[in-house]
Ligand binder design. Structure first.
Ligand code: 13P
Ligand code: SF4
Length: 298
């Protein structure tokens, strides 16, 4: 950790980490957050190097917003399977097929897919962004569950294209299991990420992105929470509310991709300035527009 801090100062680097990172990575991060907060942070830093401890689409977003900076990822294999479920070709096809339709993509998508959409959103702002898209019908991908959640909170018709994308980690939560835990702890607040199936969201006391969950726990008088999202997030919640108990709704809900980054890899990443996240200039330019649309409205 000391070596990382020293290198970071020498190289004028900053470490951004997602809420699902290993505890030791959370501890060395200069900034910890959800997808929206990390995107905003990437626009505000004056560091020359950004070390991104998250999955590919998050590091790509930082690169889209900072073409002049070096964005590095400690492990190149940290890929989000949901983002891989939407090939860019499919977005291009829908763009051609429905030239007047508006397309919104979840930030959990590849830069080459974002390049062909009108707006990007995260789980923290999906409803607000879709409300601002200038059309009553919005094509949306890749997360079908987030599409359903957003439709419930907007006056718009949201059409998933095609209706198949999901997060393999959030799919692990079942209504039966969360209800069983809730029965055992009737005084606890059940918090669910909108990537979970709608029948799980339906029985939640609170549905929101990781940043929204944190804010909720900080202002709540309750001191017992059941958390239906990736288990690594409990470390951050516990650190911020030492008086409260946080129970995972499913203890094996682990995003293995998020856990690929280790302290050793962060150190070599900084030392050798690799692996750099690079994208073709045309994709960078095209994808910047829908990402900036989101940031302007956040
Ligand atoms: P958040 O934006 O809520 O952190 O979610 C990102 C993610 O990948 C959830 O699986
Ligand atoms: Fe992708 Fe799911 Fe992992 Fe989030 S938790 S990065 S959506 S696989």
């Amino acid at each position: 950790m000391e070596k990382i801090q020293k290198l970071k100062r020498e190289k004028k680097a900053v470490i951004l980490a997602h809420n699902y990172q290993r505890p030791e990575i959370q501890d060395i991060a200069d900034f910890l957050g959800d997808s929206l907060e990390l995107s905003l942070c990437a626009t505000q830093t004056d560091a020359k190097i950004i070390v991104f401890c998250g999955v590919n689409f998050m590091a790509e977003t930082a690169a889209i917003l900072n073409p002049e900076k070096k964005v590095l990822i400690p492990d190149r294999n940290a890929l989000c399977p949901m983002a891989s479920m939407l090939p860019a070709d499919l977005v291009r096809l829908y763009r051609r097929k429905y030239p007047r339709a508006k397309i919104a993509l979840y930030i959990n998508s590849l830069a080459e897919a974002k390049a062909y959409c009108d707006a990007v959103c995260t789980s923290a702002n999906a409803a607000e962004i879709i409300d601002r898209v200038n059309s009553d019908v919005v094509l949306f991908d890749p997360d079908v569950n987030l599409a359903k959640y957003a439709e419930k909170h907007t006056g718009k018709k949201i059409v998933p294209i095609p209706p198949v994308g999901f997060c393999p980690v959030h799919k692990l939560f079942s209504r039966g299991e969360v209800l069983r835990i809730k029965r055992m702890h009737p005084d606890a607040v059940l918090m669910v990420h909108p990537e979970c199936n709608p029948d799980v969201c339906e029985v939640a006391n609170f549905v929101g992105s990781t940043s929204k969950m944190l804010r909720k726990t900080l202002t709540s008088k309750v001191n017992k929470f059941i958390i239906a999202t990736e288990v690594g997030y409990l470390y951050r919640l516990e650190k911020n509310r030492k008086d409260a108990t946080f129970m995972p709704a499913y203890k094996d809900a682990v995003c293995v991709n998020m856990k690929l980054h280790t302290l050793e890899k962060v150190y070599t990443c900084l030392k050798n300035e690799r692996y750099r996240v690079t994208l073709p200039p045309r994709i960078l330019d095209m994808a910047r527009k829908p990402v900036e649309f989101m940031l302007k409205t956040s």
